[in-house]
Design a protein around this ligand. Sequence first.
Ligand code: ACO
Length: 328
Amino acid sequence: MGIRIIGTGRCIPEKILNNADLERMVDTSDEWIVTRTGIKERHIAESDQTSSDMAAVAAQNALENAGITADMIDLIIVSTVTPDHPFPSTSALVQRKIGAPKCPCFDIEAACSGFLYALNTAYGMMASPLGYKRVLVIGAEKMTSLVDWSDRSTCVLFGDGSAAVVLENDGDPDTPDFYVAGEVAADGSVSDILIVPGGGSACPPTVDSVNEKKHFIKMGGPKTFQLAVTSMVSACRNVLEKSGVDPQDVVWAIPHQANRRIIDAVANKLGIPEKVYLNVDRFGNTSSASIGICLDELNREGKIKKGDLILTASFGAGLTWAALLIRW
Ligand code: ACO
């Protein structure tokens, strides 16, 4: 088919919140956070900096990296759990901010798995009779807008940021697709373990709901941890089996950057710890931006070359999970 990733970009807010800062806010310690999560610092958006602002910057950087302009884009998909508004979609705001033509655009919400869900969706729409030629896929999250800064069990985990990739179908049947094999999955029976209870139609904002802190992340940490490991390992194994690729032929493994211990457990079970790319220490959990940020760092640092196989995997609220084997 000839569908490739031709550019990547990211937007990381300047402001850094490190573990010492958190020690002054809640009853925690750098030692606890690093040992349990591997996180040393995270970037925090300004109060007036929205998900669509960060998405637009990441998109512009990806377009520049691809050597194309916004008017050449014919579909925009944004993955986010922190849209600027319930509606319009964040992708519509991005379209306006980057000056893209009146192309279709929509948001995807699959929590931290959203970026891989979006890449799967984009690939399907490009390969279908819809035939989109150039597509922007963006993960953009202002996770700190959902964080309860008095809850030590969650506030140490999250950070803000955005990442984008440009996909292009060059129409050449001899060009191998970036998409080697993928899996997307979900189990709604455990939707309560990771939830923002308020703000939606189940619990519209009221003075009471705000006072009861229902608009913040609530998480069953240990259960999420356990499901994260089993789901990502099984998705990666399925994708490797479907593609017939030996794990040792993978050049980079990029797991969702939620927690260093989850990443280590997954990598050890797959037998490829030395292939793992890590930046959770610098960014914390940026939800659906995390895999794209890793890809952009590797791309811009010249650490991936044409043809390299990259195994990505993620899990998130829903519970959702996904894996995608990418050929660069
Ligand atoms: N500092 C100090 N102590 C803390 C902190 C903190 N920041 N947070 C919790 N503790 C305490 C707890 O209160 C508990 O104390 P107790 O034994 O006296 O009750 C103790 O530490 C152990 O708590 P656990 O929750 O059992 O700790 P655990 O080892 O499981 O680590 C963690 C907690 C890091 C949250 C882990 O469970 C985890 O990473 N889970 C997965 C989280 C995740 O990846 N979520 C993804 C969500 S993203 C999305 O989908 C939007």
